[in-house]
Design a protein around this ligand. Structure first.
Ligand code: V47
Ligand code: SF4
Length: 359
């Protein structure tokens, strides 16, 4: 089916798409390449030829987690021999490795450990920041921040303020999954709900912290629930303007309690990228996370509305444990080649989307 001309006219005139229009574009009956073409036009208006990448490294201090979400292959119960908690030395060594590799960012997320106190998480940020002050620490999902409020008895605002004073630079967008309560009841019933996730980000934005947002798609959710998720993010962004990037995350079923589900087709990932670009008219950046999409599809996503490939990465566990077949890391050279081959101009950014000039 072809795209309705009213939707095409709305996008070309810069008019916001309704939820109903978004649902139409996500329908498998609509040609995904046409949706991509529209998203590409919307991207071009916002970002021109620029595609961003950064130099970063991941740190997951523990995989022991209270919540044990059904889609998570990474987490372990307390007492499971496959569970781990990194020592202070191992954590600092990761900071050193990042600095020596020329990284500008450490991406830090992990489990909500049932026995670790608030001070342990705070200490991770403080020690890394004190030892490597020029490294940007992008840390903790809203679910973890919510967990910190539960174990410390502090408010979201107080927790975030303590982390900012310790050296937190920004927050990643994980833990959002699908906001709809029926879906959360099925896949992650125990952790922070949608309102709490949004409240953490609203508070972070008020305190001047920039954050990202994600959506985990391709499991039990419907088209309507995906669009509802995007609309809620768009509404919060209207109020705060604090989101930098949206990252659609393709579900990887291996080693999870949902391993009976099959990974979705790459073309549907491209459609999801495109619809994200079209619906989230107030987000500056749509990230094609190559770890999750695969390197080839992430490059293709640059023609479907994405303007950011994320980074060099290394030591990513959450998606690899769930069967993602992408490499552990990509060199700067490879990232730049992928972008140039896609007909775009690579720009190294820092965690706040400022251009990094290495000359
Ligand atoms: O919160 C967990 C998701 C997220 C699986 O903000 C899974 O720049 C797929 O949020 N299959 C963590 N996804 C990753 C994340 C992220 C990654 C890169 C950049 C940014 C950013 C954020 O991964 C989790 C969860 O939503 N996840 N298990 C799985 N089996
Ligand atoms: Fe814990 Fe996050 Fe995995 Fe859920 S997705 S079990 S909160 S580590």
């Amino acid at each position: 089916m072809m795209i309705r001309s009213d939707i095409r006219d709305n996008v070309m005139a810069g008019r916001r798409l309704s939820a109903e229009e978004g649902e139409f574009l996500l329908s498998p009956l609509v040609d995904p390449h046409e949706v991509g073409e529209l998203a590409d036009a919307a991207r071009e208006k916002k970002n021109g030829p620029t595609v961003y990448y950064n130099l970063n490294l991941h740190l997951n201090p523990t995989n022991v987690c209270l919540y044990r979400c059904k889609f998570c292959a990474y987490s372990r119960d307390l007492g499971d021999p496959r569970g781990y908690v990194m020592s202070d030395e191992e954590i600092l060594a990761r900071g050193r490795e990042a600095t020596e590799a020329g990284c500008t960012e450490l991406h830090i997320v992990g489990g909500a450990h049932p026995e670790k106190p608030f001070e342990w998480y705070l200490g991770i940020i403080r020690r890394l920041h004190d030892s490597f002050p020029s490294l940007h620490l992008k840390a903790w999902t809203a679910v973890e921040i919510d967990h910190f409020t539960r174990i410390s008895g502090r408010s979201i605002k107080d927790v975030l303020q303590e982390f900012i004073e310790a050296g937190l630079g920004s927050m990643p967008g994980g833990g959002a999954e699908i906001f709809d309560p029926e879906v959360r009841r099925k896949i992650c019933p125990r952790k922070a709900d949608a309102d709490r996730w949004l409240e953490v980000h609203r508070t972070a934005h008020r305190l001047g912290l920039r954050t990202n947002a994600t959506m985990l798609y391709g499991h039990v959710e419907t088209v309507r629930q995906r669009i509802d998720h995007l609309v809620r993010l768009r509404e919060l962004q209207d109020g705060t303007g604090g989101f930098q990037a949206f990252v659609p995350l393709k579900f990887h079923p291996a080693n999870t309690l949902m391993s009976h589900l099959r990974p979705g087709a790459a073309i549907e990932d491209l459609r999801m990228t495109a619809v994200s670009r079209l619906m989230l008219d107030n987000f500056d950046h749509i990230k094609a996370y190559w770890i999750s999409l695969g390197v080839g599809p992430a490059q293709a996503a640059l023609a479907y509305g994405a303007d950011d490939l994320d980074g060099t990465v290394r030591h990513e566990r959450i998606h690899h444990d769930a069967g993602a077949a992408s490499p552990d890391t990509l060199s700067v050279d490879r990232l730049c080649r992928l972008i140039v081959e896609a007909g775009r101009e690579p720009v190294e950014r820092d965690s706040l989307y400022r251009r990094v000039d290495r000359k």
